[in-house]
Design a protein around this ligand. Structure first.
Ligand code: RET
Length: 334
């Protein structure tokens, strides 16, 4: 798809020249008869006008903006569904519901921001294929999605790690690696790459981020599968299915990045739609598979303790709980 064709000039505009007359103090040619003493000769000097680069904005259109609103709506409906499922679930079994509701709320907000024009910047990119340096390209970067990913990807990984029964140390390593991956990915996206040095920096950050990506999935698969062996058969099966599906989906993110923010091969609209499909699958698909397929029979790292889900009881002076003790004093006054 050569969407740059619209922007590519058929010929480079010639640099205009003009002549100006100068009348410097002391004259321009003291040897010229009558020239001495100033005010006499006018010598035309050829000069270049200051070259002004043409700025080309690569931005989303009505298609991309409609896609953002559709995805926002999907996340909103998905969130309402999760809240409904939460109410129907015993409090101690609401760990995955809570994590999923948070993920969907953040996604909904980030799509609302992007659809209303927030969280967007223009980043200078290379102008490969366009001769002459007077054509500068800037491409819209929807950085709000990185803020979304910074919070949602750790929550998704936390759900996966808890399902496998991964140790807290490995879980922390996976989450920190993930944060590192998103932050260096953002660095890659915001590095201006009009010149070769900027492009090198963009791809260097991309490489660092991809390395973190492989590391976190290495830990998650190797340690996660080991830990999942101690879980009942169906929990291990669900972890294996979700981890494999999530890994496959997540590998598509750097590919979309490479084609859009990285090498500028696809339009901003195509980028919005591609990331949108991935986000819906990685968040809504993941959430609903997890909530519907996971059985509540079994206790595990996801089972919430009573002190977390119940109102504290029995702390009043008469041992009847905070509200009970207040109630009894109230009764005296009656
Ligand atoms: C970037 C670019 C740099 C290289 C890599 C990336 C990976 C991003 C991933 C994002 C996953 C997001 C999800 C969001 C919603 O649920 C930052 C694109 C490796 C894996 C799952």
């Amino acid at each position: 798809m050569d969407f740059l064709a619209d922007f590519r000039p058929t010929s480079i505009h010639p640099i205009p020249t003009t002549t100006i007359s100068v009348d410097p103090p002391g004259g321009t040619n003291t040897h010229h008869p009558g020239g001495g003493g100033g005010g006499g000769g006018h010598l035309p000097l050829p000069t270049d006008t200051f070259p002004t680069p043409d700025l080309h904005y690569l931005h989303s259109t009505h298609t991309g903006q409609t896609a953002l609103w559709i995805i926002f709506t999907l996340f909103t409906i998905g969130l309402v569904g999760v809240l409904f499922l939460t109410l129907r679930t015993e409090k101690r079994n609401r760990f995955f519901h809570g994590a999923s509701a948070l993920v969907l709320t953040i996604a909904m907000l980030s799509y609302l921001a992007m659809a209303t024009g927030l969280g967007i910047s223009y980043i200078p990119i290379h102008n490969h294929g366009v001769k002459g340096s007077l054509h500068h390209f800037v491409r819209q970067l929807y950085w709000a999605r990185y803020v979304d990913w910074l919070f949602t990807t750790p929550l998704l990984l936390l759900s996966l790690a808890s399902l496998a029964g991964l140790s807290p140390a490995s879980t922390l390593a996976v989450i920190l690696g993930d944060i590192f991956m998103i932050v260096t990915g953002l660095f890659s996206a915001i590095t201006p790459s009009r010149w070769a040095s900027g492009e090198r920096a963009t791809w260097a950050y991309f490489g660092i981020s991809s390395f973190a990506f492989l590391l976190i999935w290495g830990i998650l698969f190797i340690n996660g599968l080991k830990a999942a062996n101690y879980r009942p058969r169906n929990t291990k099966g669900l972890f294996t299915l979700l981890a494999a599906m999530t890994f496959a989906l997540w590998t598509a993110y750097p590919i979309v990045f490479g084609l859009s923010e990285g090498a500028n091969k696809i339009s901003v609209d195509a980028e919005i739609i591609a990331y949108g499909i991935l986000d819906v699958a990685a968040k809504l698909g993941f959430t609903y598979l997890l909530l519907f397929l996971h059985s509540h029979e079994e206790n595990g790292p996801w089972t919430l303790p009573d002190w977390w889900v119940e109102t504290p009881q029995g702390y009043g002076p008469d041992g009847r709980g905070t509200y009970g003790s207040l109630g009894s004093r109230g009764g005296d006054r009656d």
